[in-house]
Structure formats: structure tokens, C-alpha cells
Write a protein that binds this ligand. Sequence first.
Ligand code: HEC
Ligand code: HEC
Ligand code: HEC
Length: 127
Amino acid sequence: MQIKDRPIIIAGILIFLAIFTFPLWSAMGKTAPEPKVELPKDVKECVAPKDYMRTSHMQLLNEWRDSVVRDGNRVFVAFNGKQHNMSLTSECLRCHTDKAKFCDQCHNYTGVNPFCWDCHTYPKESK
Ligand code: HEC
Ligand code: HEC
Ligand code: HEC
């Protein structure tokens, strides 16, 4: 390597680094807007406290499925004493009537795509 090539090589490395790390620094300070979910208007409480639902609704759905499919038990007694029919379509979507404005808002945001709807149905969606 000759001395006079050095600046060119260093410039080349800097340009490479800038391009290579672009996705990292270009996203700094910017995040996608929070998902906006449409909550039911006529009821105040979910089948479990909101914080629990937010983080653990997938586990709860698995428990419901196992209870129905393995034990034949469809009755869920909630934290507030209310009874619920353990059903994805008939219960969750009875209150959360619009899948597109509720479930999908978060799932699209986080990039999860539950396969439940291959078999389970949902009421009409808004687009
Ligand atoms: C009786 C009506 C009702 C049923 C049935 C119901 N929900 Fe909810 N859900 C609500 C209400 C009302 C809220 C908002 C609670 C609050 O603000 O404290 C909520 C909140 C939630 C949240 C948190 C949303 C947020 O803004 O963080 C999730 C997730 C959720 N529900 C999923 C489900 C799932 C999954 C099911 C079925 C297992 C279900 N819900 C069944 C009424 C219901
Ligand atoms: C407040 C945001 C939010 C709402 C509303 C919400 N989810 Fe989720 N859901 C998530 C997140 C985040 C994950 C991924 C969690 C993870 O990967 O650990 C998830 C994962 C799931 C999974 C597991 C999928 C998988 O592939 O692991 C199921 C099933 C699910 N949600 C069902 C529902 C249903 C049904 C509704 C509507 C009644 C709903 N969720 C509403 C945030 C939400
Ligand atoms: C291959 C088809 C299939 C897929 C995919 C599937 N299920 Fe199911 N699920 C069923 C069948 C069949 C039953 C039994 C129906 C009954 O006895 O009422 C059931 C029952 C359930 C039940 C209790 C009964 C009811 O009405 O909801 C829950 C809750 C449930 N599944 C949740 C889920 C969730 C959550 C997912 C996605 C993570 C999922 N299922 C994916 C076929 C499927």
C-alpha cells in the first residue's frame, strides 16, 4: 500500500460503515406510532385485568382451548366473579367485535400473525 492511497482507503471504509449501519442510526428517535385499539363501549372489564390481558392473552387462550378440548369444561369464572363461555369467537369477539380494529392493530404492529383464523371464524371486519 502506498502512502497516497491511505485517504482513499479511509474514506472508502467510512462510506462503507455509513451505509452498512444506516438502518441503525436512521431509526434513532423514530418509532412507529402506538397501535390504536378500539375498546368495547358497553362493558368496562375484560375476562382478566387489563395488564394481564395485554401481556398474557395468548396463554389464557391456550388454557381456554385445553379446558374445552381436553376437559370439556366451557365455563370460566373471571377475577370479578363473572362467568364466561370459553370461546375465541363466541366470547372474545362478542366484546371485541371488530378483529381488524382490535386484535390486528397490535398484531400488525408487532408482526405476529396468529394462525387461529385458519379454523376459527370472526364476525365482519372493517377495512
Ligand atoms: C365482557 C367483554 C369482554 C370479553 C368477553 C373479552 N374482553 Fe378483552 N377487554 C374488554 C374490555 C372492556 C377491555 C378494556 C379493559 C380496561 O380498559 O381495563 C379489554 C381489554 C383487552 C385487552 C387489552 C387491550 C389493551 O388496550 O391493552 C386484550 C389484549 C383483550 N382484552 C383480549 C381479549 C381476549 C383474547 C379475550 C378472550 C379470551 C377477551 N379480551 C374477552 C372486554 C372483553
Ligand atoms: C394490546 C395489543 C394486543 C391486542 C389488542 C391483541 N393482541 Fe394478541 N398478541 C399481542 C402481542 C404483542 C403478541 C405477541 C406476543 C409474543 O410474541 O410473545 C400477541 C400474540 C397473540 C397470540 C399468539 C400468536 C403466536 O403466534 O404466538 C394469539 C393467539 C393472540 N395474540 C390472540 C389475540 C386475539 C384473539 C386478540 C383479539 C381478541 C388479540 N390477540 C388482541 C398483542 C395484542
Ligand atoms: C386446525 C384448526 C384449528 C386451529 C389452527 C386452531 N384451532 Fe382452536 N379449536 C379447533 C377446534 C376443532 C376446536 C374445538 C371446537 C369446540 O369443541 O368447540 C377448537 C377449540 C378452541 C377453543 C375453545 C372453543 C372455542 O369455541 O373457541 C379455543 C379458545 C381455541 N380453540 C383457541 C385457539 C387459538 C387461540 C388458536 C390459535 C393460536 C387456535 N385455536 C387455532 C381448531 C383449531
